[in-house]
Ligand binder design. Structure first.
Ligand SMILES: Nc1ncnc2c1ncn2[C@@H]1O[C@H](COP(=O)(O)OP(=O)(O)O)[C@@H](O)[C@H]1O
Ligand SMILES: [Mg+2]
Length: 377
């Protein structure tokens, strides 16, 4: 493998924290990733992004971000200009602020969830910088992030999703009665209201009546300009991990049994009692159908590297609905994404290695693309 280093170690920047509501979740995911990256194979540069969006590097950046003691860390930056590659320190000197080169990079591993990490914005910077990076590119990330656009792309590909509409915050604020009428036209209660671009169940309300709905619309609108209203499904929650670039593979299916009425933030991260059943107990045919839909959805949004694809299996009808895709899913060693791969024969350490390989393969594929007009002579 080609590296930037004579010692043949790949230089990898691991990014974590970030400006989203999932900052803390990211620190947990990054802890597991950093623990298994083999120091014989990789030279690791930890880059923590604070809630405010400052980039800070240093050997213990993750632990320091977690403890809120970041003074000793070095402010750093990746520039969008590929002629100035890798990681730079930002230093204040008596002559003003200067940039000092820290290292070249072979790849970036963004262990960031949600806005400014999973939504294509960071991916845009890394494309500009001409860097290899783990996970989906700009399109896959941004389409995967917006639950409304994502559902439209699924419908266009004959992948079943529940009935839903998007309302804008400006519409909700202007005329809540009219927003309620539109929402109630989607389906009978219960309805789910959620911010279109968020994760970890933040801002999501299960609405059993009109009063809940009015409250839910305002709650979701606090978190996003775009609010999704959808039919509540009484379903089992089935998840599949997908891995790969051009020829992605699906893991076995798993099931989440939330500890609360739905898989809320508390139920995901605070109770510790939501059960992950791996593999999910399903008829072989249903499991196969779900796995193939997961791969189809992955390809439809031009995903790369990895994604976890989540489904509802409706209890009354047996219908399968694709709920959402997570292009940077929870990644601690006890998270569903790696657990499903472990159960499919790929242990956590090898999974992390494979993701870095996929990042390099994708970059090599991208480098084959002609960016200038090739004049035929
Ligand atoms: N239409 C729905 N019907 C039933 N439950 C839902 C629906 N939408 C969301 N939920 C519940 O809320 C949880 C979080 O919603 P989800 O769309 O997965 O957002 P997030 O990106 O925050 O995980 C789901 O895991 C599920 O428990
Ligand atoms: Mg979810």
């Amino acid at each position: 493998m080609k590296t930037t280093d004579a010692t043949l170690k790949l230089k990898i920047a691991v990014l974590f924290g970030g400006r989203s509501g999932e900052h803390e979740v990211s620190l947990l995911s990054a802890k597991s990733v950093l623990e298994v990256l083999d120091p014989a194979k990789y030279e690791i540069f930890q880059v923590g992004i604070t809630h405010e969006g400052r980039w800070l590097t240093g050997p213990d950046a993750r632990a320091k971000l977690e403890n809120g003691n970041t003074e000793s860390l070095t402010p750093c930056i990746i520039l969008p200009d590929p002629s100035r590659p890798g990681l730079y320190a930002i230093r204040n000197t008596q002559h003003g602020t200067i940039l000092e080169h820290i290292t070249l990079l072979d790849a970036v591993f963004p262990v960031l969830h949600g806005t400014f990490g999973e939504d294509g914005t960071l991916q845009g910077l890394l494309e500009m910088a001409d860097l290899a990076y783990v996970g989906a590119g700009v399109t896959g990330s941004s389409v995967g992030m917006d639950k409304g656009v994502f559902k439209d792309v699924m419908r266009a590909n004959d992948i079943p999703v529940v009935e839903a509409i998007i309302l804008l915050r400006s519409e909700i604020e202007k005329d809540i009665q009219s927003a309620i009428r539109e929402a109630e036209a989607v389906a009978a209660y219960p309805l789910f209201v959620k911010p279109a671009n968020l994760g970890s169940s933040v801002g999501i309300t299960k609405c059993n009546n009109r009063a809940d709905l009015a409250e839910g619309l305002l709650e979701a609108a606090a978190y996003d300009r775009r609010v999704l209203v959808e039919r509540g499904v009484n379903g089992r929650e089935i998840e599949v991990s997908v891995l790969g670039n051009e020829d992605p593979q699906a893991s076995v299916a798993g099931e989440v049994q939330p500890s609360r009425e739905f898989y809320s933030y508390e139920s995901k991260y605070m109770d510790g009692t939501s059960a992950l059943l791996i593999p999910a107990s399903l008829p072989a045919e249903t499991a196969e159908k779900i796995r193939s839909l997961a791969v189809k959805a992955y390809k439809a949004i031009d995903c790369a590297g990895m994604a976890r694809v989540d489904f509802f299996l409706e209890k009354e009808t047996g219908e399968i609905y694709l709920n959402e895709i997570n292009t940077l899913p929870g990644f601690t060693n006890i998270s569903m994404y790696p657990k499903l791969w472990e159960a499919s024969g790929l242990p956590y350490t090898r999974l992390v290695d494979r993701l870095i390989e996929l990042a390099l393969e994708r970059k090599a594929e991208r480098d084959r693309t002609e960016h200038r007009f090739r004049r035929v002579t």
